[in-house]
Design a protein around this ligand. Structure first.
Ligand code: EPU
Length: 347
């Protein structure tokens, strides 16, 4: 199996943080995966394209970077079934499908990252999420050293969540996913910015519009390093929501099925006066406050300090606690954001 020692991960995480890992492994077969269970004895982290990961220390743990490639399509009477290796690029998959008239992923265009990462946090944008097309996810379980398959239901998908972030956290190496697309396609134009498109729009046109919106609002990680939304949109009870709405009548809100209301973290951060805020080479993006950006720092700790500051300011103003969507990785593996220390000076 291909592996490297003492490797800088700077080009392998979209925050451009210069963390060094002792060893990085690139498994591409079942034999490689089984070997990993014998050679890895300390904490490790499974890395896709590093677009939802923050290395918070100069040392990273052992890294496993799955290298399973390939896309295969099966045409059924009313559906297409597409099986994709975990290491394929997500946006390349979206383009591949649309080029072949397999529609459905257009709203999820341009999301950075690998296909294998998509089920973990159930990526979503513009009214659509990964779960809508997932048939099954195949993964290698490090504990039992064997391959398993989960149906979409067994993946327990929820808003930015799945079993791969809960009971299988850091234990399941996703090898491939199978998606299913109905041949009978209808555009999903439920998101505000797509509502002006006619129902006769093509999937490719929807994709162009999604790309246009993303390029306008979200910084390109290749130009200004970032990991997309840094925080999840918080979900509060309807009672809690009424309290906040009385004080802030214009607050955007998205009622959920279960007496809960999703709030827009970007709006809360902007109202806390932090849009465009900068400190120590890092900052809050000037067009989308939910995105923290790295202008000039090599230290993940600077971004942690900024995130803690943002979290504190929003808590003070709204009494709402924001939780990061981005995963925090130290030399000891993944840590909870709440457990990360921050030195007061960086605030
Ligand atoms: N808003 C502000 N100020 C800001 C940002 C947003 O007032 O700085 C307001 C907007 O005006 C709007 C509301 O907040 O009323 C929601 O904003 P937007 O539609 O831009 O989406 P979002 O909730 O901020 C979520 C996802 C994005 C996804 C968009 C579109 C999360 C954490 N983020 O952002 O996903 O692209 O919806 O569907 O759910 C990502 O995960 O990296 C990501 C970019």
């Amino acid at each position: 199996m291909l592996s490297k020692q003492q490797l800088s991960l700077q080009t392998r995480n979209s925050f451009n943080i210069n963390a060094i890992c002792p060893t990085i492994y690139f498994p591409s077969s079942l034999t490689d995966l089984q070997l990993l269970t014998r050679v890895i004895t300390t904490p490790f982290y499974i890395l896709g394209e590093g677009s939802n990961t923050l290395f918070v220390e100069q040392q990273a743990p052992i890294i496993v970077k799955p290298n399973f490639l390939g896309i295969s399509v099966v045409e059924l009477a009313e559906h297409y079934q597409v099986t994709v290796g975990a290491a394929e690029n997500w946006h390349a998959l979206v383009s591949y499908c649309l080029e072949r008239g397999i529609n459905g992923l257009e709203n999820l265009a341009l999301i950075p990252g690998s296909v294998g990462a998509a089920p973990i946090q159930n990526i979503g944008a513009y009214g659509v999420e990964f779960a809508d097309f997932c048939q099954q996810v195949e993964y290698f379980d490090m504990a039992s050293a064997s391959l398993h398959c989960l149906t979409a239901e067994q993946c327990q998908f929820a808003y930015r969540n799945s079993i791969f972030k809960t009971s299988l956290r850091n234990q399941a190496i996703i090898t491939q996913v199978t998606l299913v697309f109905a041949k009978k396609w209808r555009a999903n134009l439920s998101y505000n910015g797509l509502g002006h498109l006619p129902q006769t729009v093509t999937a490719k046109e929807v994709m162009q519009q999604v790309i246009h919106i993303r390029q306008k609002k979200l910084p390109d990680p290749a130009v200004i390093p970032n990991a997309g939304s840094f925080f999840k949109n918080p979900i509060v009870s309807s009672t809690e929501f009424s309290r906040i709405q009385q004080l802030h009548p214009t607050i955007p809100n998205y009622p959920q099925d279960d007496q809960q209301v999703k709030l827009a973290a970007g709006w809360l951060i902007e109202q806390a006066g932090l849009k465009g805020y900068r400190k120590k080479g890092v900052g809050v993006h000037e067009h989308q406050a939910l995105v923290l950006v790295n202008y000039a720092s090599e230290n993940g700790a600077d971004i942690v300090a900024l995130a803690k500051y943002v979290q504190q300011q929003v808590l003070t103003k709204f009494d709402v606690l924001l939780y990061p969507e981005v995963r925090m990785i130290t030399a000891q593996g993944e840590q909870n954001f709440v457990d990360l220390a921050v030195n007061d000076e960086s605030k």
